[in-house]
Design a protein around this ligand. Structure first.
Ligand SMILES: Cc1cc2nc3c(=O)[nH]c(=O)nc-3n(C[C@H](O)[C@H](O)[C@H](O)COP(=O)(O)OP(=O)(O)OC[C@H]3O[C@@H](n4cnc5c(N)ncnc54)[C@H](O)[C@@H]3O)c2cc1C
Length: 412
């Protein structure tokens, strides 16, 4: 029986382990943290958006430039299959109003518990508090645990160590040194689904850091889609769903031009003319804050945003209405990599073959966020991690079947 070592106990690694065990392999999962799936548990705090219910054709477009090389894996383990899989673990899903798919429990812990139990039934060994540190000759994986160093013999290895954000949950991107040293082509990490920095006034920062701007619409100046939703004012800028949806575009624009401007529509459901008419009805001796509250029910954080420009907000109703429809916010940099929901960069598409096997290291397969793709929030991240985990496992099974190990005796 072939013995496969899977490194990383996140969704990609566990999906690979499950498929490998089902394929008849003995499987050991190596996880550096005390428990598996920490980032998935964190995703569960937001309800665990597992996947999306839109048409498969539209779904696939979300992976942008990475679509061609991810598509076979996503077709082989589609959003419907992921939902069935979750239901099979006692976690049926529902479709939220935005089309996003969540387990009914709206958290990850019951799913992870049931999954861990199934893996144990399949005979998968999970070594927690074990960190992969490199190779010890062909087919020998070096790991370090509190008990000291150990070497695991492997017929093939699946790497699923995650990206490089939220390092405290386990994925710190330190694997790049090991793979670059072995000649694997890597793209530098960039934050994806991230917040941005801007120079708020001290007043806005002190009074409103952490406050959501609800029911707004964001449009990047200079071209780009308008996204409705919520943004949150942070001490140094803006984050939240609507910002994340534009983050790849904004990040690349800042990289090219040094900064990017975002136009915030504080009342996207009303036309400029309607706003002006309402404002004209209230204004008079009222203060700006009172006028905006009475006429438009604008919350204090929105009023503060209107005051952020170099000049005081205009007094006349038509000009004020124009500003409410497009408050400019200049973004100077993406927020730190560690705060990003996910990362772009990692193992480049041409560094792996169609089975997700590293061309530079035959017998070593890669899955999940380690691979150089990005997608918006909406369940696309977890779906691709599950799908590439399974695809890498099937890649291992095919490779073993074809005698790959015998043909590449020098594989690590
Ligand atoms: C706050 C937050 C909310 C999110 N919400 C959603 C959501 O709702 N929907 C969605 O689709 N996506 C969401 N994501 C993204 C999603 O959680 C990740 O894309 C996904 O977990 C990545 O899976 P992975 O298996 O590739 O890596 P990870 O989940 O990061 O797992 C990698 C594992 O490898 C381990 N590891 C790393 N280095 C070593 C080593 N040297 N030795 C041994 N083990 C190692 C790590 O400890 C970790 O457990 C969210 C992310 C965050 C941060």
């Amino acid at each position: 029986m072939a013995h496969i070592v899977v490194i990383g106990g996140g969704p990609a690694g566990l999906a690979a382990a499950e498929a490998l065990a089902a394929g008849g392999c003995a499987v050991t999962v190596v996880e550096r943290m005390p428990t598996i799936g920490r980032k998935m548990l964190m995703a569960g705090r937001g309800g665990l958006n597992l996947t999306h219910s839109e048409s498969l054709e539209r779904f696939l477009t979300r992976y942008g430039a990475a679509r061609p090389w991810l598509e076979p894996a996503l077709l082989a383990f589609s959003p419907d299959e992921l939902r069935n899989w979750a239901a099979g673990l006692g976690q049926p899903c529902f479709v939220g109003s935005s089309g996003r798919v969540f387990p009914q429990a709206m958290k990850a812990s019951p799913l992870l518990r049931a999954w861990g139990a199934r893996l144990a039934e399949q005979g998968v060994t999970i070594l927690t508090r074990h960190a992969w540190t490199g190779w010890d000759g062909p087919g020998r994986v070096r790991v370090v645990s509190p008990q000291g160093e150990r070497v695991l013999a492997a017929d093939a290895v699946v790497l699923a160590l995650g990206g490089a954000s939220w390092a405290r949950l386990g994925s710190d991107g330190a694997w790049t040194g090991l793979l670059a040293g072995a000649g694997v082509d890597l793209a530098p990490f960039r934050p994806a689904n991230c917040g941005f920095r801007t120079d708020w006034s001290d007043t806005l920062r002190a009074r409103f850091a952490g406050t959501p701007l609800r029911g707004i619409a964001l449009t990047p100046e200079g071209g780009g889609p308008t996204v409705r939703g919520e943004a949150v004012v942070t001490a140094h800028g803006l984050e939240g769903g609507a910002v994340y949806a534009l983050s790849a575009l904004l990040r690349d624009r800042i990289a090219a031009e040094g900064q990017a401007r975002l136009m915030v529509d504080l009342r996207p459901d009303m036309t400029e003319a309607a706003l002006a008419e309402r404002l004209a009805r209230v204004r008079g001796r009222e203060s700006l804050s009172n006028t905006l509250r009475k006429a438009l029910r604008l919350p204090p954080v929105a009023v503060a945003l209107l005051r952020e420009g170099p000049d005081a907000p205009p007094r006349d109703a038509p000009s004020l209405a124009r500003l409410i429809k497009a408050v400019p916010v200049t973004l100077t940099a993406p927020d730190s990599l560690d705060r990003a929901i996910s990362v772009a960069g990692g193992v480049r598409a041409d560094a792996v073959d169609a089975r997700f096997m590293l061309r530079a290291l035959p017998g070593v397969f890669v899955a999940g966020e380690m691979l150089d793709w990005e997608a918006p929030t909406g369940g696309y991240l977890l779906q691709a991690c599950f799908a590439t985990g399974r695809a890498a496992a099937h890649g291992v099974l095919d490779w073993l079947q074809e005698g790959g190990k015998e043909r590449y005796p020098s594989c690590p």
